[in-house]
Ligand binder design. Structure first.
Ligand SMILES: Nc1ncnc2c1ncn2[C@@H]1O[C@H](COP(=O)(O)OP(=O)(O)O)[C@@H](O)[C@H]1O
Ligand SMILES: [Mg+2]
Length: 187
């Protein structure tokens, strides 16, 4: 039996503009993981069924996307950057990070990005209504989901350090931990 523990797979999700890609970029500098930006893959490989002109967004062909991700996920050590989290199989991720941003800051970021009024309001309202957070909580076990605030560069750096610490802790945990309470938990 292999004694090598696989690196964990991490999903970074959150309303557009929360800083997913910035977090992924910083993590890329510090972690030897594979990085996947779902929006970029979907566009590049045309893994979409249609484009919504009003919301300026693609309707993703989830099956083709998931087929592409299966191999790397099975290897471990992937960081996936995508705003939603609900269509990934639960087994994909050992950590789901939900980034959160205050609405006035998010307004500025999305305006800067040139979002139209409908898309702007849709996303601001999604953040207020905690849509991504609720979805993550509905889709993953509570111990897998962590909510992190991403308003300032200092918070970004602290979040990145926290994720790296978590990876270290995950890798140091005894593989014999089968999740039950029979005494094989070290921590
Ligand atoms: N924690 C943060 N502090 C300051 N600026 C941030 C932070 N997170 C993101 N930004 C800025 O907000 C904008 C959107 O970030 P980005 O990572 O592209 O968001 P997402 O990938 O979630 O849509 C970028 O201009 C980025 O520099
Ligand atoms: Mg992004």
């Amino acid at each position: 039996m292999s004694t090598e523990k696989k690196l964990p797979n991490i999903l970074i999700c959150g309303t557009p503009g929360c800083g997913k890609t910035q977090h992924a970029a910083r993590l890329k500098e510090l972690l030897e993981f594979q990085f996947f930006n779902v929006s970029e893959i979907v566009k590049e490989k045309q893994y979409y069924e249609s484009f919504d002109e009003v919301y300026q967004s693609y309707l993703i062909d989830e099956d083709r996307l998931l087929d592409e991700l299966e191999g790397p996920i099975a290897e471990g050590g992937c960081v996936i950057d995508h705003h939603t989290c609900d269509f990934f199989p639960e087994r994909f991720f050992q950590l789901v990070v939900v980034l959160r941003t205050n609405n006035d800051i998010l307004f500025d970021r999305l305006t800067e990005r040139g979002y139209n009024e409908i898309k702007l309001q849709e996303n601001l309202s999604a953040e207020i209504m905690e849509v991504v957070k609720s979805s993550a909580e509905d889709s993953y076990a509570p111990e897998v989901v962590v909510e992190l605030t991403s308003n300032t560069p200092e918070e970004l750096e602290a979040n990145v350090q926290r994720i790296i610490q978590w990876v270290g802790l995950y890798m140091s945990q005894d593989d014999g931990d089968d999740g039950d309470d029979d005494g094989d938990d070290v921590l």
